[in-house]
Design a protein around this ligand. Sequence first.
Ligand code: ADP
Ligand code: MG
Length: 332
Amino acid sequence: MEKPTSVGFLYAMGEFDLIARYFSNIGVKRTDVSIGVGDDGAVLQVRDGYDIVVTTDTMVAGTHFFPDVDPRALGHKLVAVNVSDLAAMGAEPTWLSLAMTLPSADESWLAQFAAGLHETAEYYNCQLIGGDTTRGPLSFSMMAKGQVPRGKAITRAGAKVGDYIYVTGTLGDAALGLKLVQGQCEISKKHQGHVLQRFHYPSPRVALGQALRNTASSAMDISDGLAGDLPHILRRSAVGAYVDIQRLPMSQALKDSCTAEEAMQLALSGGEDYELLFTVPENRRGSLDVLLSPYGVPITCIGRITGAVGKLELKAGEQPYAYQHQGFQHFL
Ligand code: ADP
Ligand code: MG
């Protein structure tokens, strides 16, 4: 009988050749990796006085990406979405592992996918230290590990009444990029590149996340849209919030491509921006501009934390704004 978990029996190129050729030198060569790909487990040197932060993200063909996606973009995105979770915790990304399930071994596809993984892992100073390879429906599961000085991880649980709420960058661009890919909207030529870049090649705010360690009271990354994600901070912190929708940062591409109403919808509910959402106590607000200016990423104050536990109130200036969030949930 075929051994179902091993691709070696089924691929023209054995599983071990495939790993050795494409996945054994991904990212930088870190000096804190004693043993990487090739043994039963990786051996990693843990820094004194640091905590390890661990996160996992899975991408399934047909659910998280189109089967015909550019494999280089997919490789990039797999690393980026994981690294973004580390950024949200204030951690420095260090090590990645990759569990992949492939229906077949298409070498040119794998070479491009590995190139995407490599470029992004290298950019964020990470090393791929192991993984698992099986045959089956196309899907990838990456685990990323990072390090943060002991006790300094930023969580979703620290927001306090009166804290100011900030987001990095602009919101809604990736969702507009997705619409463009799906042929659901028309966008002028001059803006297409921007929204496609934002959808296919998100830029996790890694350096900025680390800079927030002693300043933000809570943080998370926006993967499912602001209106769906901010409630996670509210629940974990047992607080409420108001957000002024007129302050949501939007790119020129978004403003030029949609009606004001559609742009608002995408900025509130559009997923996959991978911007950071964070809260800052009033007495630390003044240091933010100076602290964050080296990173070249704009930040925008969009609202404040309130005592109305679990309640997210949207306002347009002083007026209440009625809004039903249409986020994506796998099991609904
Ligand atoms: P084992 O059977 O002991 O679990 P494997 O044969 O699955 O080991 O893997 C051999 C080596 O290749 C291990 O070091 C493993 O971490 C690594 N590896 C397997 N798949 C991948 C992958 N997709 N990317 C990176 N490393 C991988
Ligand atoms: Mg083993």
